[in-house]
Design a protein around this ligand. Structure first.
Ligand SMILES: NC(=O)c1ccc[n+]([C@@H]2O[C@H](COP(=O)([O-])OP(=O)(O)OC[C@H]3O[C@@H](n4cnc5c(N)ncnc54)[C@H](O)[C@@H]3O)[C@@H](O)[C@H]2O)c1
Length: 317
């Protein structure tokens, strides 16, 4: 199959592309290599991918419709997977234009070109952030009262609403995936588990938000990859726009996660506490729907996944 993966130099885009390439699919990756975090991490991921002869890459911004159109014309993909976005919750009040450009305008450009090029399926990254303060726990796709508290979460909910609307009139199969705190090797340095490793290893001060009184449904990248590829392979969905939770369904507390990292390095973190109003207290995925439709059944427990991540971190830095 020919698949267009946006954000292919990002954490999830890299892992997904590598898996698809090893299954002999043709992958066209695009990424704008922005400097939200260390560009070298993105370039290293790209370097890994270009070793595959079935990988094509173009540095391209989703908001540049002309460049994007050239990619569609050149590659003629069958399936589009949109993982490019301005990610991260905590900075969403600071970089608002960037959130709106990449996450909304970029998504609209991709949809318009997918329509024009008769794309069969458009899979896109949503987020557990859409649930925010939802009262129903675990978070279910059936929840109707969605009020994200971060601008980031609001852009992800807007993606879902746009896809829902367009799916009513177009032939494209839309699939929105609400990822829950994805972690693993080649991960994102702005995320807590990564910062814990970096700061403890380097004996640097570590900021813990909201007294560490938070829980996250951390989901290993391999399980996320299984969920995405199940969506690629599946041909019959019950509606033209489907939304699935991809989470581990076993939340872990911040301090418990920190302890795993402290144990690995055999030393304590040097902690300062701060408050953050953009952060929700708990994320917890109900994965009944994903299990029934996609056979999504996360296999990697947090101890095993964190050991794998920490080993990668130690070998790399
Ligand atoms: N990692 C998680 O825990 C998590 C959780 C929920 C949702 N998500 C979503 O999954 C997707 C992938 O996340 P990730 O963790 O791999 O993030 P990432 O930041 O590592 O990857 C995103 C990539 O997209 C690129 N990009 C950003 N804006 C672009 C644009 N306008 N044009 C082209 N490229 C652009 C970036 O350079 C980056 O390489 C994102 O949509 C994110 O919001 C991630």
């Amino acid at each position: 199959m020919k698949l267009l993966v946006t954000g292919s130099s990002g954490f999830i885009g890299f892992h997904l592309s590598r898996k698809l390439l090893s299954q002999s699919h043709q992958v066209f990756g695009i990424d704008n290599h922005n400097d939200y975090y260390d560009i070298n991490l993105k370039l290293d991921r790209k370097k890994e991918l270009i070793k595959y002869e079935n990988f094509y890459f173009k540095k391209c911004d989703l908001i540049n419709k002309n460049d994007l159109e050239k990619v569609f014309n050149e590659f003629q993909p069958e399936i589009v997977i949109n993982l490019a976005a301005q990610a991260g919750v905590r900075s969403s009040s600071l970089l608002s234009n960037y959130y709106l450009d990449s996450n909304i305008i970029g998504f609209l450009n991709l949809i318009e070109l997918s329509k024009k090029n008769n794309i069969k399926k458009l899979i896109y990254a949503s987020s557990s952030s859409v649930y925010a303060s939802s009262k129903q726990i675990p978070f279910s796709e059936k929840e109707e009262n969605l009020e994200p508290i971060s601008l980031y979460g609001k852009t992800k909910l807007a993606n879902e609403r746009i896809a829902e609307l367009i799916s009513k009139t177009e032939e494209i199969q839309f699939i929105g995936l609400r990822f829950f705190t994805v972690y693993g090797s080649h991960g994102r340095p702005d995320m807590a588990y990564y910062k814990f490793a970096e700061k403890i290893k380097k004996n640097q001060p570590l900021t813990i938000y909201n007294s560490g009184n938070m829980k996250r449904d951390m989901t290993h990248i391999e399980d996320i990859n299984d969920g995405i590829t199940a969506c690629i392979d599946k041909s019959n969905f019950s509606s033209k726009h489907e939304i699935f939770n991809l989470g581990n369904s076993h939340p872990i507390g911040t301090m418990e996660l920190l302890e795993l990292v402290e144990l690995h390095y055999g030393k304590k973190a040097n902690i300062t506490f701060e408050n953050s109003s953009n952060e929700v207290k708990l994320t917890f995925a109900d994965i009944t729907k994903s299990f029934n439709a996609l056979k999504f059944n996360p296999k990697i427990k947090i101890n095993q996944g964190m050991r794998e991540f920490l080993n990668w971190y130690d070998e790399t830095f």
